[in-house]
Design a protein around this ligand. Structure first.
Ligand SMILES: [Zn+2]
Length: 353
C-alpha cells in the first residue's frame, strides 16, 4: 500500500488514496472500503509534478493518479514507461528521431528548428494527435459532453465540412469568448463564445475558420513559435498545460488568418450557409474590444484571432446576392449547442488558468 493522490475526473476533489499493484491493474483504495482498479493497459504517463509521477487513464478525461517518487520496483515494472520525451525519441534517442523524420542531418535540422513554418509540416500526424489528446485530457472534466449538445454540434460540423471525420470539436465549460484549434484536429469552443453568438451561422463561420487553421496546419507552427524546441522535446508527456495555454492564446499571423478565413468562406459557400452573420459577429466582438479595452480581451477570440475590418469585409463580400441560404442547423439543435454545458450534469466548472 503506497499513499498517492487521485482525481476521479468527475469532481474537482483531490483524494488521498493508497495504490496497490495487482495482477489485473492498479488498485486505488479510496477509503471506506471502496476501491477502483485501473487496468495496466489503460494507464498512460503524463508528467512528473511535485515529486510524484502522474498517470492518466484511457477513456476517462481528467482521471489522474499521482504516485510519489521514487516508486517501488514492482510499480515501475508494471506502470507505463515514464518517458521524458516522446515515444520515438525514447526508442531511438533524440537526434536519430529528429533526423529520422526530416531525413536530414542533425546540423541542418538545428537550423530548421528556428523556422516553425518549415518544421511544423514535418511533425508526424501521430505526434500531433497524441499531443492534442493530452491537451484535451488536461481540461479535466470541463468538456460539456452531454449527448444532445455534442450531437447537435457534430451535426453543425458535418453540415459545413463533410470531411469532418478527422476533426473533434468540443465545447468547454469556461466563460471565455474564444475558440481554439489544438494539434491533431481537435477544436475547442468555449462556453462564453456560445453565449455571445446569436445564431448557428455565426458559430459556423468561427468553426470554419478554426477548421482552416487545422487543415493549413497552422497550429503546430504557432505552438512551435511560442514554445520552441521544448514543445517537441517535451514530447507528448511534456508541458501539456503550457501547450494548452499556448494553443488557446496563440496569435496567428495576418496571412494565416486570412487563409483560414478563405477556408471558412469556401466551406460555407459549399454548404450554402450565409457568411453575413459571421461578419456581424466579428463586428460585435470588435465593438466589445473597443469598449472594454485591449487588456480585458486577453485570452479572447480577439486576441488570438486579430479582428480587422478587412476580415469582416471579406465575409461580407463573399455573400451571393439573392442566394437562398439555409440555417447551419435547426433552432432545436442550436438550443442544444448553446445549452450543452447547462445540460451536462457532471461537467466541471472553473477557470483554466
Ligand atoms: Zn484564426
Amino acid at each position: 500500500m503506497i499513499p498517492a493522490w487521485h482525481y476521479d475526473g468527475q469532481t474537482a476533489t483531490r483524494y488521498e488514496v493508497y495504490v496497490v499493484a495487482q495482477d489485473d491493474g492498479l488498485r486505488l483504495d479510496l477509503g471506506e472500503g471502496r476501491s477502483d482498479v485501473a487496468p495496466w493497459g489503460d494507464l498512460f504517463w503524463i508528467d512528473k509534478r511535485d515529486g510524484a509521477s502522474v498517470f492518466g487513464r484511457k477513456g476517462a478525461d481528467g482521471w489522474r493518479v499521482g504516485i510519489p517518487l521514487p516508486m517501488t520496483d514492482l510499480l515501475v515494472r508494471r506502470l507505463p514507461p515514464q518517458s521524458r520525451y516522446g515515444g520515438l525519441v525514447d526508442k531511438f534517442g533524440i537526434w536519430p528521431a529528429v533526423a529520422g523524420f526530416t531525413a536530414l542531418s542533425a546540423a541542418v535540422v538545428l537550423v530548421l528548428w528556428k523556422a516553425p513554418d518549415v518544421v511544423a509540416p514535418l511533425v508526424p500526424m501521430s505526434w500531433e494527435q497524441k499531443m492534442g489528446d493530452a491537451m484535451v485530457g488536461d481540461l479535466g472534466g470541463r468538456i460539456c459532453d452531454g449527448a444532445e449538445g455534442q450531437k447537435a454540434l457534430d451535426a453543425l460540423v458535418r453540415r459545413i465540412d463533410p470531411d469532418a471525420a478527422n476533426l473533434r470539436v468540443r465545447i468547454v465549460n469556461v466563460d471565455m469568448v474564444n475558440a481554439a484549434a489544438l494539434p491533431g484536429g481537435q477544436i475547442l469552443i468555449f462556453r462564453g463564445l456560445l453565449q455571445e453568438a446569436k445564431n448557428p451561422d455565426e458559430l459556423a463561420g468561427v468553426l470554419g475558420h478554426e477548421i482552416g487553421h487545422v487543415r493549413n496546419r497552422d497550429v503546430m507552427q504557432a505552438l512551435l513559435r511560442q514554445m520552441g524546441l521544448s514543445l517537441l522535446l517535451g514530447g507528448v508527456g511534456g508541458d501539456v498545460g503550457g501547450a494548452l495555454n499556448s494553443a488557446i492564446s496563440a496569435s496567428y499571423s495576418r496571412a494565416a488568418e486570412s487563409r483560414a478565413d478563405d477556408y471558412a468562406i469556401n466551406l460555407m459557400r459549399t454548404a450554402n450557409v450565409s457568411p453575413l452573420p459571421t461578419a456581424g459577429f466579428f463586428d460585435r466582438l470588435a465593438a466589445d474590444e473597443r469598449k472594454l479595452g485591449k487588456g480585458a480581451v486577453a485570452m479572447s477570440y480577439m486576441s488570438s484571432h486579430p479582428l480587422s475590418d478587412e476580415r469582416r469585409k471579406v465575409f461580407l463580400a463573399s455573400a451571393r446576392k439573392g442566394a437562398a441560404y439555409a440555417p447551419a442547423v435547426t433552432p432545436q439543435q442550436w438550443r442544444a449547442i448553446v445549452d450543452a454545458c447547462a445540460n451536462d450534469p457532471d461537467v466541471k466548472e472553473g477557470d483554466l488558468f
